[in-house]
Write a protein that binds this ligand. Structure first.
Ligand code: SF4
Length: 755
């Protein structure tokens, strides 16, 4: 943690000069978002960023956080960089691989057993390279980050889409792919499209059943799942200042559901109180000293429409509790309209399970508010009708709420406490159901409710609400119940109402924990051995990719001419393949199996030019590789759209594909190809796509004079002896050309380390 404090001091030290320079250059007051972004520009990049003269800007994030599923490939790649330690403070969190089935203790033991090789690898690689390691059971990445690492005015990237949770403590925190995490840990800059700015002005104050969750449920209804795309959402106003830091975290967390790059609140007394409550008074003191830099300028907040691209007004005093769903988090229903919506749409009224917790809603305040409802069930003689589960976000919260009696309260109404992990939120839920074909309803305090997300069952109608509303519904067992207005019949046959929830923002006796589950890295990791079994099917150490041979590339075989959409899912499918995301050779067996072959309109069936037979894409490519023959993939428009999954670039590289020639690239995939030392080129004339024939031998000419902005030439040698030749474009800058020549960006870093 001392490491972090020094780092935070350095960040704050440069705030004044950076913000002054930005105000001068832009000639206007600044939003908080701009202040943080400008304070994290890499050197030499500022002018273009101030003028918004470029789309993509290089930043230097302060830290990296990774969850266990995505950390594997990020760290396997990082090992290639040859650095003795990560360049910025980084942590790994074991939360995604624990399946909820019976209860916390049993489920955790099972997970440790079946995932031991992954955990051993992550633990040893963290130990060696200076990363903090949070063991299975320690908690969910975003809750642990909020409790330990987030700080106002900082910038973090995390390999999980709900990384923006740290915006609750005033941090620009953005979800990225493993390749980006690897780059930042290796000391490379990180590129972000300069975002649009959406301001949300919160007035008034929450009361009664309304909670911070209802703010984001309402915002999701306004902006929909796409409305935040490419934008950072900045919350401000007296209403924002009235929300607890963890409540702010809930709002920022679920901002991922509107597609926002991230969401953020300005530094205020609630954040200071949370920092002090979580043993970080030293950080609160540092933040207090630069507090004016850690919020937007007054002029911005008094005339927000002049400075934000869009402004939304929400009066917290008038905000109703919301229930969103089913199947999408932006279908927002104020509680007063929800029962009618359930009846009119024919959604199953009987509620089968209520689930509270997750990284979105498992703060002390959340648990105490939900427990205040649960306790009433016991006190008022009500029997809980639905199953009810509780997922604490971290061991710190779990230990503290157990000490304060809340877990006991939940257990008294039949609640099952699950491990401090993602569990049902990510579908790691062995749900007990007698008939999966039955349409059924569940309600959670999580963030996502797409079909099959929680239990893999398309018949499950999942709704999202605050933990206290979920608890009230679980007691009632009926989705047409409105806890604000309706009565329930208790065991004595009396009509009783639930009182409004009461919560406590921070534990009166302070947080407590016996073993938070943290493993600090070795002071000197040079002697630590990274544990990867050579026989593992889930993990495989990487070998550096070969450098360019220094000549034009000739005689390539066409692996596939992909027709139509070819997303990263078509290139590297998810689902059952995810278990191999730490094993490049095994996951490469899914390479391009979803792409449609132009010549036979079939997926995963291409002509092997060595045998003349049609076979699966990966097997065909392996045959070429075994025979020392390079190949090329040809594709259509926007090739590689979708996720930032680095496997989609690494797999073809690993199996010996030399170039990807397409009509156009999705930008992130194009960058990922460059980082892996692949050649990504585009037709100058898209009609040349039609000239590529199945049996062609293909040359790429001009590589010995490879230079920014200079076209290359592709020569097609057709089977009938004729030839076609045409220019192709590329977007490699000088640095990226060096990546290509070296066989990948990490090869260059490794060379520099050893220089
Ligand atoms: S609890 Fe859910 S939303 Fe949070 S990190 Fe885990 S899977 Fe993602």
């Amino acid at each position: 943690m001392a490491f972090d404090l020094d780092m935070i001091k350095k960040v704050y030290d440069r705030y004044s000069s950076r913000i002054d320079a930005a105000r001068q250059a832009t000639g206007k007051p600044l939003t908080l978002t701009e202040k943080i972004l400008y304070a994290h520009l890499t050197e030499g990049n500022a002018k273009a960023a101030y003028q918004r003269g470029v789309d993509y800007v290089d930043f230097a994030p302060d830290r990296v956080a990774m969850q266990d599923a995505t950390a594997q490939m990020a760290l396997l790649q990082f090992m290639q960089a040859g650095r003795p330690q990560v360049a910025v403070p980084s942590t790994v969190h074991c939360d995604h691989l624990i399946q909820a089935k019976i209860g916390a203790v049993e489920d955790l033991n099972t997970a440790k057993d079946i995932n031991s090789e992954v955990y051993d690898f992550l633990s040893s690689v963290s130990d060696k390279y200076g990363l903090g390691f949070w063991k299975p059971g320690a908690g969910i990445i975003h809750q642990v980050v909020l409790e330990n690492y987030a700080f106002p005015g900082g910038m973090m990237i995390g390999t999980d889409s709900h990384t923006p949770n740290a915006g609750g403590l005033g941090m620009i925190a953005i979800g990225v792919g493993g390749a980006d995490a690897c780059d930042v840990m290796a000391g490379l800059p990180w590129e972000l499209k300069f975002p649009k700015l959406i301001g949300v002005h919160l007035t008034g104050k929450l009361s009664g059943w309304a909670s911070a969750k209802d703010v984001i449920l309402k915002v999701a209804g306004i902006l929909t799942v796409k409305g935040g795309t490419g934008a950072i959402v900045e919350y401000f106003g007296e209403g924002a200042r009235s929300l607890s830091a963890t409540g702010k975290g809930t709002i920022c967390n679920m901002g991922a559901e509107i597609g926002a790059t991230t969401s953020i609140f300005g530094y205020d007394e609630k954040m200071a109180a949370y920092l002090r409550g979580t043993q970080r008074a030293d950080i609160a003191d540092l933040a207090d000293a630069v507090a004016t830099h850690l919020t937007g300028d007054d002029e911005v907040y008094s005339s927000p429409e002049q400075y934000f691209d869009q402004v939304i007004e929400i009066n917290l005093s008038e905000l109703e509790p919301h229930v969103n769903g089913p199947f999408t988090p932006d279908l927002a229903w104020p509680i007063s309209k929800f029962a009618t919506a359930v009846r009119e749409n024919g959604w199953p009224t009987a509620l089968e399970v209520g689930l509270i917790g997750s990284c979105t809603n498992s703060s002390y305040e959340d648990i105490s508010r939900a427990a205040s409802i649960a306790k009433q069930a016991t006190d008022k003689g009500l029997k809980t009708k639905a199953e009810y589960t509780v997922t604490p976000g971290s061991e710190l919260v779990r230990y503290t709420v157990e000490r304060d009696g809340y877990l006991n309260t939940f257990e008294q109404i039949g609640g099952v406490v699950l491990a401090n992990a993602c569990g049902p939120c990510i579908g790691q839920w062995s749900r007990h159901t007698d008939d999966p074909t039955r349409k059924n309803s569940i309600i959670t305090s999580f963030n996502r409710n797409f079909a099959k997300r929680q239990d893999g069952n398309p018949n499950t109608h999942a709704f999202v609400a605050s933990p206290e509303i979920v608890t009230a519904f679980a007691i009632a067992g009926d989705l047409t119940f409105n806890p604000l207005t309706d009565t329930l019949t208790n065991e004595a046959g009396e009509q009783v109402m639930l009182d409004e929830p009461l919560g406590i923002e921070l534990p009166i006796k302070g947080f407590a924990v016996e073993d938070a589950g943290y493993q600090a890295p070795a002071e000197d990791g040079s002697a630590v051995e990274v544990l990867v079994s050579p026989t593992s099917s889930r993990l495989q150490l990487l070998d550096p990719f070969a450098a360019w041979e220094g000549t034009d590339i000739k005689g390539l075989r066409l692996l596939i001419k992909a027709k139509g959409k070819c997303t990263t899912d078509h290139i590297s499918m998810a689902g059952p393949w995810l278990k191999f995301r730490g094993h490049l050779d095994n996951i490469s067996n899914n390479m391009l199996i979803g792409a449609i072959n132009y010549f036979n309109n079939t997926a995963d069936s291409v002509k092997n030019e060595l045998t003349g037979e049609y076979g699966p894409v990966p097997a065909t490519q392996r045959d070429y590789k075994a025979n020392g023959i390079g190949s090329i993939v040809v594709g259509d428009e926007n090739y590689g759209e979708g996720s930032s999954r680095e496997h989609a670039a690494m797999e073809p590289r690993h199996l010996g594909v030399r170039a990807i020639l397409v009509k156009s690239f999705a930008r992130i995939h194009e960058t990922n190809l460059k980082k892996q030392g692949m050649l990504g080129i585009t037709f100058d004339n898209v009609a040349d796509y039609d000239k590529v024939q199945e049996d062609d031998k293909i040359d790429i000419v001009g590589l010995t004079e490879f230079a920014p902005g200079k076209q290359l030439t592709v020569v097609l040698h057709h089977a009938d002896g004729t030839e076609d030749s045409f220019p192709v474009n590329h977007t490699y800058n000088a640095q990226q050309i060096e990546w290509f020549k070296a066989g990948g960006a990490l090869n260059i870093i490794r060379r520099q380390q050893h220089a």
